[in-house]
Ligand binder design. Structure first.
Ligand code: SAM
Length: 428
């Protein structure tokens, strides 16, 4: 009996101990959960910097410390003059501040000659005559664009010349910047007598994809990821678009685009036949409207590196957005392929991001070209953008070592970008 009593006693203590363990385990899991939720959170901006350190250090090498520092310093802006408004007062004010129209200045220095008969060039235009180039060019109505695969050197030089001209054609684009090293800020734009704002402040490097697109009079243009609308506004400012389709998947961001148009563009320019605003998933655009557009801009969602190292708000490096971030190159490729399919043979596509990442830049372009060729039998040619780099090299700090396309690197004396852009020509 005593032995039974002893073993009962042992059983009881065992049960008590088990209960204690259970309670302990429970308490531990509560603590663990609490520990997890109170663990110091690494800011997304820091995660962004760590990620950039890992990818850019090997990619940009000794340039990275300077680019990194510039990313963390104040960004420079450009003032895109609103050609739809009364420009005199704004022009006077900008010139009085020593700001210069970098598009015009580059053209003046570039001295791009007008094509003579047979593609031979005449003497260069007078300084300031760049804006007269537009009427001399072929419009889509007046004939096809020259073949780029002719193998005929005369024709190829003509096509090169035309490429150079299309860079300068945007006759009505005027974007003012302060000289290198000058960190003066632009004053906020005021409404003019027509109640339109005088200029639009933007990262001046954002204009480069629009300039590279080389829109010519009469073109039908698609801006596949258009919101909040800086580049759409620039495209409208060229006054070359016979029809512009501005699309974005986000209806709230499209509202921002509408507000911009309301503040900068007269109603008679925003008519339905000239401007169409839609909210589709751009990945499927090429399935619906195929072979339609002369020019397509694919300014994709990306890691927006400058924003990501500075702002916690809406930061794609937040742990909660890891999957979204990992899927970006796929989304970007799908958007670019869709843009390629929407372009008509003979037309051109510009792909752009504001990221330094090769995975989102060169790799996406190479993959999209491959997909377009193998899966859709579309032949493309990569456009050489050296001329852009040469023309605008005084204003921007170009990387110059991209396998494909061009990359503007932030620099303390010219703190624009990052801005990557690449141009493709659709052969068939
Ligand atoms: C870099 S922003 C475009 C900036 C714009 N081009 C500008 O200059 O103001 C990328 C845009 O792509 C849009 N986007 C994301 N996924 C998309 C999709 N599947 N189809 C169309 N637009 C998409 C986003 O809503 C975002 O507005």
């Amino acid at each position: 009996m005593a032995a039974l009593g002893g073993s009962r006693c042992r059983l009881k203590t065992l049960a008590e101990r088990l209960g204690e363990w259970q309670r302990l385990l429970l308490r531990r899991s509560i603590y663990k959960r609490k520990w997890a939720s109170t663990r110091p959170r690494v800011p997304s901006t820091q995660l962004a910097l760590q990620s950039l350190d890992m990818s850019c250090d090997p990619h940009l090498g000794r340039l990275w410390p300077s680019v990194r520092l510039s990313l963390l310093c104040e960004q420079k802006y450009g003032a895109l003059l609103n050609g739809f408004g009364e420009t005199e007062r704004a022009l006077e004010q900008l010139q009085a501040q020593q700001a210069q129209d970098f598009v015009y200045e580059a053209g003046r220095r570039g001295q791009v000659p007008k094509p003579g008969p047979g593609g031979k060039s005449n003497s260069g235009p007078e300084p300031g005559a760049i804006h007269d180039l537009a009427p001399n060019l072929q419009t889509p109505e007046s004939g096809p664009e020259p073949s780029v695969l002719s193998g005929d050197p005369a024709q190829e030089s003509a096509s090169n010349l035309e490429m150079k001209q299309s860079l300068l054609i945007s006759p009505n684009l005027k974007c003012f910047t302060f000289p290198r090293g000058d960190t003066t800020r632009f004053k906020p734009a005021r409404p003019d007598g027509l109640r339109l704002l005088e200029y639009y402040l933007m990262d001046a490097a954002s204009l480069l994809p629009v300039l590279a697109l080389g829109v010519r009079p009469g073109h039908t243009v698609l801006d596949l990821c258009a919101a909040p609308g800086g580049k759409t506004l620039a495209l409208l400012q060229t006054e070359c678009c016979r029809h512009l389709a501005a699309n974005d998947i986000s209806s709230s961001r499209l509202n921002r685009l509408r507000k911009i148009l309301h503040s900068y563009v007269p109603k008679n320019v925003c008519t339905e036949d000239r401007l169409r605003i839609t909210s589709f998933d751009g990945r499927h655009w090429g399935e619906i409207e195929r072979n339609i557009f002369d020019r397509v801009l694919v300014d994709v969602p990306c890691t927006t590196d400058r924003h990501s190292v500075l702002e916690e708000d809406n930061n794609i490096f937040s742990r909660l957005r890891l999957r979204e971030r990992q899927m970006l190159p796929l989304l970007q490729t799908q958007l670019l392929v869709s843009g390629i399919l929407a372009t008509k043979p003979g037309g051109s596509i510009v792909y752009s991001t504001c990221s330094l990442s090769q995975l989102q830049n060169e790799y996406v372009v190479e993959r999209a070209v491959d997909v377009a060729e193998t899966e859709h039998d579309v032949e493309l040619r990569l456009e050489d953008l050296t001329d852009i780099r040469t023309l605008y090299g005084d204003t921007f700090n170009f990387y110059g070592n991209c396998r494909v396309g061009e990359l503007v690197l932030p620099h303390l004396t010219a703190n624009y970008g990052p801005m990557y852009f690449c141009k493709l020509h659709r052969i068939h």
